[in-house]
Design a protein around this ligand. Sequence first.
Ligand SMILES: Nc1ncnc2c1ncn2[C@@H]1O[C@H](COP(=O)(O)OP(=O)(O)OP(=O)(O)O)[C@@H](O)[C@H]1O
Length: 227
Amino acid sequence: MPAAAPIFTLDHVTVERGSKALLHAISTEIPGAACTALLGPSGAGKSTLLRLLNQLGEPTSGSVRFRGRPLTSWDVLALRRRVGLVGQQPVLLTGRIRDELRVGRTDLEDDRARTLLEQVGLYAGMLGHATAGLSGGEAQRVCLARTLAVEPEVLLLDEPTSALDTASAQAVERTIRNLVDSGLAVVLVSHNLSQARRIADQVRVLRAGRLVDSGPADRIAYLKERV
Ligand SMILES: Nc1ncnc2c1ncn2[C@@H]1O[C@H](COP(=O)(O)OP(=O)(O)OP(=O)(O)O)[C@@H](O)[C@H]1O
C-alpha cells in the first residue's frame, strides 16, 4: 500500500534568534493519522518546532508545508482551526466550563460538550461548573477538550500531561491514542519516554536544534537506550 501523503513537510527549516540558531536546516515529514513524538534534551528546539506548525513562529529560512501548501499561504485563523495547539500551561479564557468549550465552537451542544469532558477524563457533570478552582490538571484537560471541540485535523501537544497525576495522565494518553486511531494526526512534545513508547508511532529526535534521528518509534535508539 502506498504511504499516505505527509500532513506537514519541512524543508531545510532554520530558526535564528539574534545570533543563535534554535533550529538548523531541519528537513522531515510528519505523517497523517499517526502520533509523532518530538523528543530530545531540554533546549533542543522541540517547542520551537511545534510552534512553527501552526504559525506561532516563522522559519528564518526554509519552508513548512501543510497538506502540500506553504504554511504562509494559509489564512492563520483557518490554519489554527485545522491545527490545534495545547500548550504546557493551561490558559482558561472564560468563567464557566461550558463557555470555555464553546470558545472556538459557539454552537457546541451540551451532549457533545459532555462527551468531550469524558473523553479527556473529566466528569460530564462538570459542564456547568466555574473554571475558577479547577486544579492545574483539570484546567489542562479542559483546554484539551476546548481544542477538540473545534474538530482539528492535527493536534499539537506540548507536554500535555506534565501537570497531571498518573491516573489523569493515563486518561489523557488513552484519549490521544483513540483520537489517532480514529484518524487524527498528533504531534507530541514530551520528556516522558515511557509515554512516547506507549503512544508514539513515529519519533523525531532533536539535539541542539538539529534533527539527529527519525523513524518509527520501535527503531529509535533514544527510546531504547533510556529508561
Ligand atoms: N524567543 C526566543 N529567543 C531566544 N531564544 C529562545 C527563544 N525561544 C526559545 N529560545 C531558546 O531556544 C532553545 C530551544 O528552546 P525550545 O523551548 O524550543 O526547546 P525545547 O527542546 O522545547 O526545551 P524544553 O524541553 O526545555 O521545553 C533554548 O535554548 C531556548 O532558551
